[in-house]
Design a protein around this ligand. Structure first.
Ligand code: AMP
Length: 205
């Protein structure tokens, strides 16, 4: 039987927490869209657009890009297409400031409440995993992201701690807040996510 999500989901977590992988899996398994903010920006860079040119240097240094640009990309995403399925938001909102435009766009498109799926991981494990991923990719001859190198990884983790981690406190009082221990193995994290999301998964008609 096909199953679907009842709500949009926001995944939150430091780099290396597996949130992107989980977002992709959830979208695939439950017929949702994966809104991947970092990838949308990398696509802008690859296309040589104005936005791409504005964000490239910041992204390559591991810094967050200005909220106005994120707002523009998010608005464009909803303007471009009618979206009738749940969306898994991966990478937005990423600062306290971004919550207000995110909620405005959600309300404008009648998206309803979101489930906040939060992957918690220490800085040490986060850094170790990202460095491990670089070594694996290099070993397999795969392309390594421009912001995957040891100095930039440290900046990305610091940006997360300073600018994104405060969102956890903010969302803790929301009705649909879920916290996952992301230090477990991938199958264990998968299982924990499936269990926690059960109330938000129903049979698709
Ligand atoms: P990610 O693929 O999620 O690791 O994002 C890669 C990079 O894109 C980040 O290091 C930031 O430079 C930029 N980025 C992605 N999402 C946002 C956001 N919501 N606000 C600001 N910058 C972002």
């Amino acid at each position: 039987m096909n199953m679907k999500l009842t709500h949009d989901v926001i995944v939150l977590g430091p780099p290396g927490s597996g949130k992107g992988t989980q977002a992709r899996l959830l979208a695939k398994e439950f017929g949702a869209r994966h809104y991947e903010q970092g990838q949308l920006l990398r696509d802008e860079i690859a296309s040589g657009s104005d936005i791409g040119q504005k964000v490239q240097a910041l992204m390559n240094s591991g810094k967050l890009v200005p909220g106005e640009i994120i707002e523009q990309v998010l608005e464009e995403y909803f303007k471009k297409q009618e979206i009738n399925t749940p969306v898994v938001f991966d990478g937005v909102p990423r600062t306290m400031d971004q919550i207000s435009f995110f909620e405005r766009v959600m309300n404008h498109h009648n998206r309803g409440e979101q489930v906040i799926l939060c992957f918690e991981l220490s800085d040490e494990i986060s850094e170790r995993r990202l460095l491990g991923r670089v070594a694996d990719y290099e070993g397999q001859g795969k392309e390594v992201r421009a912001d995957d190198n040891s100095e930039v990884i440290k900046t990305r983790i610091k940006e997360y701690q300073t600018l994104t981690a405060p969102l956890l406190e903010h969302y803790k009082s929301y009705p649909h807040f879920i916290s996952i221990d992301a230090s477990m193995t991938i199958p264990e994290v998968d299982a924990a996510v499936r269990t926690a999301l059960k109330p938000y998964i129903i049979a698709a008609k």
